[in-house]
Design a protein around this ligand. Sequence first.
Ligand SMILES: [Zn+2]
Length: 316
Amino acid sequence: MNRFRHQVPPCFFKDFFYLKLFRKTVSIAVFSLFLFFSQSLAQAPAAEEDSLQIVYLANASGVFENCRCGSNPLGGLDHIAFLLKELRKKNPRLLFIDGGDFTNTYPYNALNKLIVDIYKALRPDYLMLADQEMQQDNEYTLTLLRQSSFRFLATNYDISGFNLNSSVKISAGKKKIVLLSYLDKSSFWYSKSVKGLSFNEEKFARVYRQAVQGSDFRMVLFHGEDAGLAEFIKKFPEIDLIFLGHSQSAKDWLDRKPAIIAPGSDTEFLTLLSLRFQNNGPPLVKSRKIPISLQIPTEPVVEKLILHFKKTKEQK
Ligand SMILES: [Zn+2]
């Protein structure tokens, strides 16, 4: 059912021709408005061009919908999809990045296929693969991910059969921003060796040095335990901002170097980060944790995928 359908008195349109004409006129009017606002965005003042907005998610753990349990239940990729669509409407330059552990906590092929399909609808700009994606017996999910057109970011590791980016260069006006990723071995507490995964610390050190020399602001997706994070910060002091993954805290630390963005878990929060560069100083960093509550509508495309998954499950 189309919940946004407007009711029109039957006497208003004399016949189908007028109905079609009316619809066409409305479409043209909406498209003209869209064009007007697109042009306004293109002519935004220079200060706006020196800013960057990032939506960050990690530790989604295959939570595709709200459990509707307990008081004020949070979470659901179906709600996140709606929110992302609205945020992109306001800012088409918005980046959506996922810091890993987006698949289920144990291998569950049908559910992980749903998650991969939902992520295709979410259109992440960059994804990080981490321990949950690479856990034992998760080959089916890895094959789906290998076959997808997602862009993966992996600076200190390689996975056989994957085309991985070792760094991402982003421009915000005249400012150059670099994004790297670091998968800490401590996240693989249950398994000492993972098939097809190899770490390359030298590569990370090399790409880090290049980033220090050639950029104004350096960000890293760090996936691992807190102890590993402390060591990492000591070793690479020129990192300006860290997006945490694996660690399930939901509290950001912005008044320090590096600033730390913590994602929470199970799709309970979406982080909206904004960087605004001013002259030669460091950028103004702001973050907002958006609770994924039932008040946020769900995205119909994702709703359909979930419904199909549930129906298929019932038939088994
Ligand atoms: Zn993890």
